[in-house]
Write a protein that binds this ligand. Structure first.
Ligand code: F0G
Length: 436
């Protein structure tokens, strides 16, 4: 058998483990593991121009694994995974939209929204989950499990439902996910537990259970998830003809995603496919902003907070699992973390939505952080900026309808589009339209 093309390695002490071993932490130091690719072999296999030509040739495939916006880059994701084991809808191939409204509001030359809400379960989690569940199938596990603020559980349940005999367990903070998010794992047949705690509490309990029961954990502590997740930047770069934008802005909760995006960018640079790294701006909701606080305090200590209430419920996380890794890689790109307040988040959501790109409050947190970074001069007017929208507005209907139609103490918010009650009468409607 040929040697494996990818292995697991501890992000702190560097100890190596085989990829096919089920483990989420280093035996020696307890830190997180990551998948390490044999970049020398990848460089020897193809020049940068040939990799780009290969990915271009696969774009728009009508059938087979390369239809996916994750598995189009199979060699850079999980090279040892046989195509026959892939569990794919397919996912990815999401739009990258110019956004004139954001450009006008920020006085910026070029702002685009990468709409990950266009994935099969309406969030970016499908990218990590196609990798995670494919690997679970490869390993032949019995049950996949995750703790979640909603979107990971929706993705896990849907992908598991595609594998005959594979069971799914999801653990959610009770009353802290939206009805639409809760409906998704129920619909896909997952065992769905609601716990009277927050996300951090759910993950702690599930990790303990994974030591007692044969559960395959598919939170972002599982390094396989990160590999699928990083395809967001591969796709953004391919959509920009491999010319890196100046900034990529993402909402941050558990910080797995921003760690994944940086990993992907660094690999593309090391393969010569891009010539420089975009800077990363990670944005948290003020109610749950340990990384933004760490940035303000010069990263002197690891900050943990108890998350407060926010409309951005999917990033309501006070103790991010990928904290250290995220700090390291974001700073390596010359990037930073900021926090956005509730009013800014909801106004930014209305602004992005009004461009016809319907996003969730978590995505809007990134947009609000971008607007704040522009206003503070951190991002320049001439910069090309990509804001990653992580989930679809349809998962968060209540936040949207309440913003537009109230009830509002102290008057409607800046961008409210009030519903108009009118008689079921053509004459009344005609008068109303003529009077506007
Ligand atoms: N945006 C959305 C819509 C999310 O669901 C999440 C995380 C994030 C952003 C933040 O990503 O955690 O990698 O920093 N949702 C997880 C979940 C926690 O359980 O669905 P992160």
């Amino acid at each position: 058998m040929s040697p494996p093309h990818a292995t697991l390695r501890c992000i702190a002490c560097g100890r190596a483990y085989p990829l096919a071993e089920i483990r989420y932490a280093c035996d020696a130091c307890g830190d997180l593991l990551e998948v390490v690719h044999d970049l020398g072999r990848l460089r020897a296999a193809r020049s940068a121009a040939d990799w780009k030509a290969l990915f271009a040739a696969r774009l728009g495939a009508l059938d087979g694994p390369h239809r996916s916006g994750v598995w189009r880059y199979h060699e850079l994701i999980l090279p040892d995974l046989p195509p026959g084991d892939l569990v794919s809808f397919p996912e990815g191939n999401t739009g990258l939209y110019r956004h004139p409204g954001l450009e006008r509001a920020s006085g910026s030359a070029d702002v685009r929204v990468k709409h990950e809400g266009e994935n099969p379960t309406l969030s970016f989690k499908d990218r990590g989950m196609t990798a995670g569940v494919s690997f679970a199938r490869h390993l032949g596990v019995d049950t996949v499990a995750c703790a979640s603020t909603g979107d990971t559980s929706a993705a896990l349940a849907a992908y598991a439902a595609r594998v005959p005999g594979l069971k799914a367990l999801v653990v959610l903070p009770r009353d802290k996910v939206t009805p639409e998010q809760l409906a998704q794992p129920l619909a896909a047949g997952a065992l769905t537990l609601a716990l009277p705690t927050d996300f951090d509490g759910c993950l702690r309990i599930l990790r303990e259970l994974c030591g007692r029961l044969p559960l395959y954990l598919l939170n972002s502590v599982n390094p396989l998830r990160i590999e699928g997740q990083k395809a967001i930047v591969f796709e953004i770069l391919q959509q920009l003809d491999w010319r890196p934008p100046d900034w990529i802005v993402v909402p941050v909760g558990n910080a797995g995603n921003i760690a994944a995006l940086s990993k992907g960018l660094i690999e593309l640079r090391d393969l010569g496919i891009i010539d420089r790294l975009p800077r990363l701006l990670g944005v948290q909701a003020e109610a749950a902003a340990p990384l933004a606080r760490a940035h303000r305090e010069g990263y002197r200590t690891r900050v943990r907070v108890t998350a407060g209430e926010t409309a951005a419920t999917a990033i309501r996380i006070g103790d991010p699992v990928s904290y250290d890794r995220a700090v390291r890689v974001v700073r390596a790109t010359g990037g930073l973390f900021l926090a956005a307040g509730e009013r800014e988040i909801l106004d930014a959501k209305a602004l992005v939505d009004a461009g016809g790109v319907y996003v969730c409050p978590n995505s809007a947190t990134a947009a609000a952080g971008f607007l704040a970074a522009r206003a503070a001069g951190i991002i320049e007017a001439a910069a090309q900026v990509v804001v990653v929208a992580t989930a679809h507005g349809c998962k968060f209907s209540r936040a949207t309808s309440e913003y537009h139609s109230g009830p509002h103490a102290g008057g409607p918010p800046a961008r409210a589009n009030r519903i108009v009650e009118v008689d079921a009468d053509a004459g009344a409607i005609e008068r109303l339209i003529r009077a506007r």
